[in-house]
Each structure stands twice: as C-alpha cells, then as structure tokens.
Design a protein around this ligand. Structure first.
Ligand code: PBG
Length: 322
C-alpha cells in the first residue's frame, strides 16, 4: 500500500488530515433591500434570493442570527434614480435606513455595505458621467466619500467600495477618519473583473448600464499581472480586506494575491455562479450539494479567508448535517 493510500484509508484519519474546512464565521450573506412594506420578490434568475423591504429583512436577520450567521452585506434598490445617484447621498437612503433598523434589533450582526452608484443612477453606471458620457473618476470619488460616511454613521461595520474608481480607498479612508469613523473597515473590491457573471445581479439590483459597459473601469479577464497590481494598490491605499470578484473562474488570481499580500482576502461567489448551479440542479444534471461544497472548498484551497455567497444559508445547513 502506498503512503498516500495509507493516509486515506480510514475516515477519521482522512478528517484528521483534511487541510481546508468550511466554517460559518467566514461567510457573508448578501441581502437586497427595497422601499415599502411586506415586500419579498423572488428574483427569477436567482431562485431563493429576494428583494425585500426592511420589515422582511429584519425577519431574515432573525433567522440568520438564530442559525449562527452573523455577517451580511447590504445592497439597496432605491425608488428614485437620477443622473448622480442622489438617493444614496441621504441619511434616509434605503440602505442607511436598513442598517439602522438591523443594528437596533440585532446588534451582534456585522453589517457590510456595498458602496457604489450603479443601483442609484438612471444610466446604471457606477458614478457621475462627464460630457462624453464617461464616468468622471474624481467627481465620483467625492460622492463615494459622502456615501461611505452616511453608511458608516448609520452603523455599517464594513464599507465595501465596488465602483472601481482610481483612488477610492484613499478617499473613503480619509472621509471616514475625518468623521471620527476610524474603526470602520474597508473591504475593497480590489480585483474586480469586467464579467458576464454579474448578469443576474443586475436583474436583482436593476443596475444594467443603459448604454456601453463597464470595461473602462473594471478589469480585463485576460490579465493576470494587472489583477495583482490592482489589489496591491488598494492595500497601499489602506484597504483592510482585499477581494477577488468573480470567484470561480479566477482562483488562480486568488492564489496569486494571497501570495502577494498578507491582508485578509475575500472572494465574491457572484450571481452568475449561483444561477448556473441552481439551474443545473433544477435540470437534475448534478449532485447539487456535493458540487456546492466542492466549489466552496476550492475557494478555501485557493487562499480565500472570506466567502461572500448567496449559498450561505444552504452552507449552514450542510455544515450542521455533516
Ligand atoms: C456593484 C456590484 C455588482 C456586484 C456587486 N457589486 C454589479 C456590477 O459590478 O455590475 C455583482 C455581484 C453579483 O453578481 O452577485 N454595485
């Protein structure tokens, strides 16, 4: 018998030698908040994922806390959109209201807030446009700083900028520090590819660009060195946590960044990855639960410390059962 076979023969020994494990503490569950009351709209491309009004978000949080899931990430879908995403810049923005309600009832929740403008602008781009219909980096930085302060003052523990503007981490850190919000963390979407895997999310968040695409500010999926450089830039600007998004098709980049930085690293297991798996299960093509766990373990093996996933509630059940 070879040494490797000997090591695998007994289940307990296999467990003893297992190198990576899933633990609920490292998962973050995304939630989508809408205005109104008693609203819970399932997203057709993402079975099991809903746009919910704050009352239902609170019910969701109660379920999550009862089941040991204490990390969430909030996305807002506002009632009114305009050219600069003005509704994100008010203390009564949908996400600010949701954070205050969640923190009031579930202070143990660690709340991350996505920081971007694509859900709030009528053109669906991530910031303010200039006369050539390009996103104006520096003008957008100003309002990113403002939105970050509002979200943090409302009680968000982690600000997660996803707008991909140059210099956004520096700007946000400065804005938070100047408002006595020094203890708030920044989890930067530091390596974010221009990806087809965000398709279903844009249905949920109603944030498909009305013209053009995001290729000028998101990264080219073909580039490995640039992907590493982008994350290292955010580390230098003061990010507390780095991120690779999407996850599944970019595990090489996860490993590269893990080896280039000592910061904690998150992966975002995005909407398209979720939709593919759910639909394959619906068509009876796969052993869903085994495949789900295998994918999650692949993130850990690649070097992820944090997994942002729509599957978090299912993972909780699978961990309990195993
Ligand atoms: C931007 C944002 C997006 C996602 C997270 N934050 C959309 C985009 O960049 O187009 C995508 C997440 C997913 O696909 O699940 N606010």
């Amino acid at each position: 018998m070879t040494r490797l076979r000997r090591l695998r023969k007994n289940k307990q020994i296999r467990n003893l030698l297992q190198e990576n494990r899933l633990c609920l503490d490292e998962f973050i569950y995304p939630l989508f908040v809408v205005e109104g009351n008693n609203i819970k709209n399932e997203i057709s491309s993402m079975p099991g994922i809903y746009q919910q009004s704050i009352d239902n978000i609170l019910k969701e949080c109660e379920y999550l806390c009862k089941n040991g899931i204490f990390q969430i990430m909030l996305f807002g879908i506002p009632e009114i959109k305009d050219s600069i995403g003005g509704s994100a810049l008010s203390e009564d923005s949908i996400v600010a209201k949701a954070i205050r309600a969640i923190k009031k009832h579930f202070s143990e929740m660690i709340v991350s807030a996505d920081l971007c403008f694509c859900e709030y602008t009528d053109h669906g781009h991530c910031g303010i446009l200039n006369e050539n219909n390009d996103v104006d980096n520096d003008k957008t930085l100003e309002i990113l700083g403002k939105q970050a302060v509002i979200l943090a003052q409302s009680g968000a523990d982690i600000i997660a900028p996803s707008a991909m503007m140059d210099g956004q981490v520096t700007t946000i850190r400065q804005a938070l520090d100047e408002s006595s919000l020094k203890d708030k963390l920044i989890m930067s979407y530091s390596t974010k590819f221009s990806s087809a895997f965000y398709g279903p999310f844009r249905d949920v968040a109603d944030s498909t660009p009305s013209f053009g695409d995001r290729k000028t500010y998101q990264q080219n999926p073909a580039n490995r060195n640039e992907a590493i450089r982008e994350s290292l830039l955010d580390e230098n600007e003061g990010a507390d946590i780095l991120m690779v998004k999407p996850a599944l098709s970019y595990l090489d980049i996860v490993r590269d960044i893990k080896e280039s930085s000592l910061l904690p690293l998150a992966v975002y297991n995005v909407s398209g990855e979720y939709a593919m798996l759910k639909n394959a299960a619906k068509a009876n093509l796969i052993d869903y639960e085994r495949m789900l766990l295998e994918i999650m373990l692949s993130f850990k093996r690649a070097g992820a410390d944090i997994i942002i996933s729509y599957h978090t509630k299912e993972i909780q059940k699978l961990i309990i059962e195993s």
